[in-house]
Ligand binder design. Structure first.
Ligand code: CP3
Length: 344
């Protein structure tokens, strides 16, 4: 019978170089799957899906059943942390997340100091159910958003092209912005620790907007808060691997690794491959970085890119993934071809 030692994903994250890299895809539980859309329609709203353990466990397992990926990622969202801090959150159909913006002392005073773990209890129940159902060799990933990325949504009340509102907030009042970041650090660490206690093997910290920060702001608002989360998780769970994904950080990634202490990093599509080999993969295992558009397009270019990525990173510890989340209209046949090519 297979055991956790057979997990290629955990072996790669522990620094082993494997002949065939393990593979999973960011946003693998999502709209490109008809079986996800079916459950999503039954659940009603997106948050009803996140907070219903039956539905959330089902959609977490769907991509594992269909593609046999080497890791499952918990179905939830990074914005459940502001929600558990008492910020109003809703998902407008076809428009993405909306929150009531928090951009001054009065509004910050209206949200909680600490997360309400009762709001998140269904997420931990989802973890327990998935863990019980998952094959032993399949890794199980929990996650949170990094404080900077989550703060960009909290301040603007929505996704923004340039993260301008959050940048202007920290430029105007760094101490007050720092208070918001402190709450996110403490809440996110408690959230990750509870996911680990419920059964995830690995956690990933998504900093989708890390690349929009200049060098000194990157140190202050990306590296330093992430380090505090890493320290708080290590203090309770020293054996659990932590993957950082500072998307768009490029040349600042070696400083991110040294400053945060993460065990592995996710790579955006745009990063320079020889830089990765020389300055990043020599430090920690890497995960990434196929362009989601190349996957959507399919054809011979997909096969060529898979080969190029395996040739670039296959000589060191490596987990195959995308450089960002899978696009909703990606054909299932292209994902099947990808998995076959990575395992060929
Ligand atoms: O499969 C998985 O990866 C697990 C679940 C997961 C979701 N969101 C589900 C989701 C994960 C890991 C996330 C992370 C997340 N959420 C990030 C960081 C990664 C990234 O993509 O940059 C961010 C910034 C968010 C916030 C968020 N949630 C946005 C901006 C949106 C709308 C855009 C979109 O893709 O729809 C969401 C909604 C969301 N989160 C969906 C899913 C499956 C789509 C909701 C739907 O079914 O309508």
């Amino acid at each position: 019978m297979a055991t956790r030692d057979d997990s290629l994903f955990l072996r790669a994250l522990s620094g082993e170089t494997l002949a065939k890299p393990p593979i999973w895809l960011m946003r693998q539980a999502g709209r490109f799957l008809p079986e996800y859309r079916e459950v999503r329609a039954r659940a009603g709203g997106f948050l009803d899906l996140c907070y219903n353990p039956d539905f959330a466990a089902e959609v977490t397992l769907q991509p594992i059943r269909r593609f046999g990926f080497d890791a499952a990622i918990l179905f939830s969202d990074i914005l459940v942390i502001p929600h558990a801090l008492g910020q109003k959150l809703w998902f407008a159909t076809g428009e993405g997340p909306r929150l009531e913006p928090v951009a001054d002392a009065k509004r910050l005073g209206e949200i909680h100091e600490e997360i309400d773990q009762d709001v998140l209890a269904p997420v931990y129940e989802t973890v327990r159910r998935v863990k019980a159902a998952l094959p032993a060799q399949t890794g199980f990933i929990g996650f949170c958003g990094a404080p900077w990325t989550v703060a960009t949504y909290m301040v603007a009340g929505r996704g923004t092209p340039d993260q301008g509102p959050a940048k202007e907030f920290f430029a105007r009042d760094p101490a007050l912005f720092g208070e918001m970041i402190d709450r996110l650090v403490i809440g996110s660490a408690a959230y990750l620790n509870a996911q680990i206690e419920a059964g995830v093997d690995v956690v990933q910290i998504f900093d989708s907007w890390a690349g929009s920060l200049g060098e000194s702001d990157f140190e202050r608002w990306c590296i330093a808060p992430t380090r505090r989360i890493v320290d708080a998780v290590r203090a309770r769970h020293p054996g659990v691997k932590i993957i950082g994904f500072p998307r768009g950080a490029g040349r600042l990634i070696p400083a991110y690794i040294a400053g945060t202490g993460v065990d592995a990093v996710g790579l955006e599509t745009e990063i320079d491959r020889s830089f990765v080999r020389e300055q990043i993969q020599s430090l920690v295992p890497v995960q990434g970085h196929l362009d989601p558009h190349v996957l959507r397009a399919g054809g011979p270019e997909l096969e060529r890119e898979v080969e190029a990525i395996r040739a670039a990173f296959g000589a060191g510890p490596f987990v195959f993934n995308l450089g960002h989340g899978i696009l909703p209209d990606t054909p299932i046949a292209h994902v099947e071809r990808l998995v076959a090519a990575v395992r060929a």
